[in-house]
Design a protein around this ligand. Structure first.
Ligand code: NAG
Ligand code: NAG
Ligand code: NAG
Ligand code: NAG
Ligand code: NAG
Ligand code: NAG
Length: 720
């Protein structure tokens, strides 16, 4: 036995004694031994030798397990003051796992892993318990501090789990069963494989030669069967894809043998996203990532199985839903690690053919589009857009963070890699089933309620209905708006892809008629907004903006965006579609568009929900109509027959809720008129009565074209 090993075991003995027999140690001895333990923890942080010496010692793990068990018992008895000691144990264990396989195996076989799961359950419980009201200040502080302590331990424990299962298929699967419950049969738990064409090919050949026997398949039944009420496979949209006797199913069965059912409590992490902040949730996301994302060095078939398992189990869907809501509530930046990792998870869901299923799972009667659905749509757009390439994370790396805690974690990919310059990966092919599904959802579930809200807003504005008929709060509206916004972004993405665009044209272009109808209702019922000319100095605006965003983050834990702020603070790239004639004479466009982004931080005091203006939606609709009418006589005619030409012409005005809508509308009109005499006639007739922007009529000044990204653009054909 090495000296270090001896020392640690002695120290652990002391710690355990202070748990089981409080007061048995003289305080000075106890604090000396605490300091010594911290020193050992520090050594494992810095020194690989120390990690291996301790991590490969069965005695050490056994002693740590006993100590943690005693600690957990005390914490369950609300001996909160012992928490720091328990935390040291968790940090120590997490660090030791960086010594890899042997340490991982000992941590599992000696039962430390099970105690960590128990600890996690305790932490979740303590952290989520509401602070009692009416506490006096000091007691209140203390309570918060205590919860903060449990939260830190929770995060370290998640890091431990992530490190524990790294690169070990068996343990990943075991963790999955712990997280999401054991389905009645893992064989059934291999749902439909509707793989993206092309991707995933070749993976099936990968596992050849691993001929596992099926004899152990019953072993998992040892676990509490309470998860089986979620026997979610039968009759769900998932269906069954992997043949029960297939290699994957067999493998899955054999891997799930030896499942440690101690402290089996599926769903124990479901509440975690609610308790954490963006920089705290990373380890949880990394667990999901390393369980389902098929990167090099993983067994793709097993990653797929876990992806399906997660969605098939109620606990899995709940955790995913909470994570998606988390993302939306915190408005996590797209460059952020959390966002990128979740996008990978969504891509895995997509590749496994489960996006429609997931979307349906997150449905909720009280929402037109739930926050989780909105986040899913947003991530889907990210997945389909060309993304900065991730390095091929063959082995991943153990990374030591230099923060005081210094989590030593295995990072399967992309941490620290998100940097310029970007290379681009090919995004997955958009299979027709995805746009087909979302077009249907939009038309059947979203459009109707949204039209109803907009019509009511108009009726109230015109005094036809009393103001109190409007029952939605700003929160309700924000959720609906977020959903509509994401659908628009998704459809614009589809409109830029030849095959997906064909789907948008399906059903006799019914979707186009819906777009025209929605645009018409917005035009009739929602007033345009023109920012006042006396804007505050830029510096002031941006300062305000900053203050607002910190408020949003530091405020209440579920901070949904402030509607009116989000309204103009568009994340959508505001792109001016063409250079407008500098001498345009309608006097409307002397607003400096370059400042739009900064200036738009709203000066309005819109407090009443019924005055909500649906920013950007009109602009999106105009862009979509342009694209769908391009070179398509049928759509051009449909738009005319639905009164769309007039409505689009009406958008040739400045509206600061819809940046550049004037230009987009001009573009759209050109797209509608091209090669369509009937449409041209309408515009000419209109021109007799009111001014139509010169760019529309000047047939020689501009001409529309479609750029290499599939977007309709207008270009100058030469000097007038
Ligand atoms: C993976 O985990 C299993 C089960 O805990 C264990 O038996 C096996 O040895 C581990 N594999 C490696 C390579 O450590
Ligand atoms: C899949 O790809 C192959 C060739 O790469 C093609 O022949 C086949 O039609 C594709 N299947 C689907 C469903 O797109
Ligand atoms: C696979 O297992 C079966 C029986 O379990 C056995 O008959 C067969 O020979 C094995 N194949 C290989 C390649 O080991
Ligand atoms: C299953 O779980 C529920 C709630 O968690 C509990 O009430 C019930 O007793 C459990 N049943 C079994 C068989 O463990
Ligand atoms: C450690 O963190 C500090 C501040 O967070 C940073 O300045 C320093 O470069 C970091 N050191 C290493 C080695 O990463
Ligand atoms: C958080 O919510 C409570 C009530 O739910 C409220 O009193 C408090 O002002 C809110 N804090 C912030 C920063 O919004």
């Amino acid at each position: 036995m090495s000296l270090l090993e001896d020392l640690l075991i002695t120290l652990l003995f002391g710690t355990q004694a202070s748990f089981t027999h409080p007061g048995v140690l003289i305080p000075t001895v106890e604090s000396t031994s605490d300091i010594e333990l911290k020193n050992v923890v520090k050594q494992t942080q810095r020194s690989r030798d120390a990690r291996e010496t301790l991590g490969f010692s069965q005695k050490v793990w056994r002693s740590m397990t006993e100590t943690l068990r005693a600690g957990n018992d005390e914490l369950q008895g609300n001996k909160h003051h012992l928490l720091p000691k328990v935390w040291d144990l968790a940090i120590l264990a997490r660090n030791l796992l960086a010594a890899k396989e042997k340490a991982q195996n000992l941590a599992a076989s000696e039962g430390f892993e099970a105690e960590i799961r128990r600890l996690l359950t305790i932490c979740v419980e303590k952290t989520s318990k509401p602070v009692p009201p009416n506490l006096e200040k000091a007691a209140h502080e203390k309570e918060l501090q205590m919860k903060g302590g449990y939260k830190k331990v929770l995060i370290t424990s998640l890091q431990f789990l992530n490190n524990l299962m790294t690169q070990n298929e068996t343990r990943k699967l075991h963790l999955w069963l712990h997280l999401f419950g054991t389905p009645s049969s893992v064989t059934n738990a291999s749902p439909a494989t509707h793989t993206q064409n092309g991707s995933g090919a070749g993976s099936s050949g990968k596992n050849k030669g691993k001929n596992k026997s099926k004899t152990q398949s019953g072993a998992r039944g040892a676990a509490n069967n309470n998860g089986s009420h979620e026997n979610g496979f039968a009759g769900t949209a998932i269906g069954t894809g992997v043949a029960p006797h297939s290699e994957t199913a067999q493998k899955c069965n054999s891997l799930s043998a030896g499942f440690n059912a101690k402290y089996y409590k599926p769903g124990f992490l479901t509440d975690v996203p609610r308790l954490l902040q963006p920089d705290e949730i990373e380890p949880l996301l990394m667990i999901l990532q390393s369980g389902v994302v098929a990167f090099d060095g993983t067994d793709e078939a097993m990653q797929a199985v876990r992806c399906k398992l997660m969605l098939a189990q109620g606990y899995g869907r709940s955790l995913l839903r909470e994570t998606l809501v988390f993302l939306g509530a915190w408005e996590v930046d797209e460059e952020d690690f959390c966002y990128r990792v979740l996008a990978q998870v969504v891509e895995a869901i997509l590749i496994n053919g489960l996006i429609p299923y997931a979307y349906e799972c997150f449905r909720d009667e009280k929402d037109v589009v739930t926050p989780a659905q909105s986040s899913l749509l947003k991530l889907l757009v990210t997945v389909y857009r060309p993304q900065p390439a991730l390095p091929t994370p063959t082995q991943g790396e153990w990374v030591q963070n230099n923060a005081s805690l210094g989590p030593l974690q295995y990072l399967p990919s992309l941490r620290g890699v998100i940097k310029q310059p970007y290379e681009y990966d090919d995004p997955p092919v958009i299979e027709a089933s995805i746009p087909t599904f979302f077009v249907n959802v939009f038309r059947k579930q979203v459009l109707g309620p949204v039209l109803a809200v907009i019509r009511l807003q108009g009726a109230i504005r015109r005094g036809e209905e009393p103001k109190d008929r409007f029952e939605l709060s700003l929160w309700d509206l924000d959720r609906i708006y977020e959903g509509v916004y994401q659908f628009m972004e998704l459809f614009i993405l589809f409109s830029e892809d030849d095959d997906a665009k064909r789907v948008l044209h399906a059903n006799n272009d019914a979707l186009v008629c819906d777009f025209v109808k929605l645009l018409g209702e917005l035009d009739r019922n929602i007033p345009r907004y023109v920012a006042s000319k006396d804007k505050p100095a830029l510096a002031e605006v941006s300062r305000e903006k900053e203050e607002k965003s910190t408020e949003a983050v530091e405020g209440n834990s579920t901070t949904y965006r402030e509607v009116q702020r989000s309204a103009v603070d568009s994340k959508f790239m505001v792109e001016r579609p063409f250079d407008i004639d500098d001498n345009a004479h309608d006097g409307d466009n002397d607003l400096d568009y370059d400042d739009l982004d900064d200036d738009l931080d709203d000066q309005r005091d819109l407090v009443d929900p019924d005055e909500f203006t649906w920013p950007n939606v009109k602009r999106f609709l105009v862009i979509l109509i342009s694209s769908l009418a391009w070179n398509n006589k049928n759509v051009q005619d449909l738009v005319r027959k639905n009164g769309g030409v007039e409505v689009v012409l009406n958008q040739c005005k400045i509206d600061d809720d819809n940046p550049y809508i004037r230009e987009h509308a001009i573009l759209c009109i050109r797209s509608l008129l091209q090669g369509n005499p009937a449409n041209q006639k309408i515009v000419e007739e209109l021109n007799a009565r009111e001014t139509v922007p010169s760019e529309v009529l000047d047939k020689h000044g501009y001409e529309p074209y479609i750029d290499d990204k599939g977007r309709v653009k207008l270009k100058r054909t030469g000097s007038k």
